[in-house]
Write a protein that binds this ligand. Structure first.
Ligand code: SF4
Length: 169
């Protein structure tokens, strides 16, 4: 059975910077949970960020630039947390590989987990198309990333992958 890496703050665990979680109302989620497919992981908490913590945004470039060392991740306090965010991304990849996940469902908008939008680095609430650092790291290593609004698309990909596994197995 193929596994799915999921943001640790999805459905029930208040791990976000503001000590909240992201609810998921989906039969797909419920089924995956009952099947034991979900591999929960919070990259930020895994590297020691507290709950709650100041909000953070990518500043001066993209998640790819953060990984390359040419953009930063800053907290609203101005603290530079780039290195911890890069480590968090690496930990997410390590967990995904260790668990052998087929894909990931990550919370959109996060500087770590975002996959279609992130905040623009101005701390004014504006979003821009972009990815978080862990999502970027996973994608670079061939792990498809979906956000919590794309469970149907993710389920379709998972079904295709399982079908092709059965055909070759
Ligand atoms: S890093 Fe990801 S899993 Fe952790 S709280 Fe933020 S969005 Fe959720």
């Amino acid at each position: 059975m193929l596994k799915v890496l999921v943001s640790g703050c999805l459905q029930g665990r208040a791990l976000r910077y503001n000590a909240t979680y992201v609810p998921v109302n989906s039969l797909i989620w419920d089924r995956w949970s009952a099947e034991g497919r979900l591999v929960r992981f919070c990259p930020e908490v895994a590297v020691g960020f507290p709950i709650p913590r100041p909000p953070a945004e990518i500043v001066g470039g993209t998640a790819g630039d953060v990984l390359a060392g040419s953009a930063r991740v800053e907290e609203a306090t101005g603290a530079d947390v780039t290195n911890l965010f890069r480590l968090a991304a690496r930990r997410a990849l390590d967990r995904a590989v260790e668990a052998g996940v087929a894909l990931a469902i990550l919370v959109d908008g996060s500087p770590t987990c975002g996959s279609s939008v992130i905040y623009d680095g101005s701390f004014t609430g504006r979003t821009v198309p972009g990815r978080g650092v862990a999502a970027e790291e996973l994608l670079r290593h061939g792990i498809p990333v979906f956000h919590e609004g794309q469970l149907a698309q993710a389920a379709a990909m998972l079904a295709d992958l399982e079908k092709s596994e059965r055909c070759t197995g």
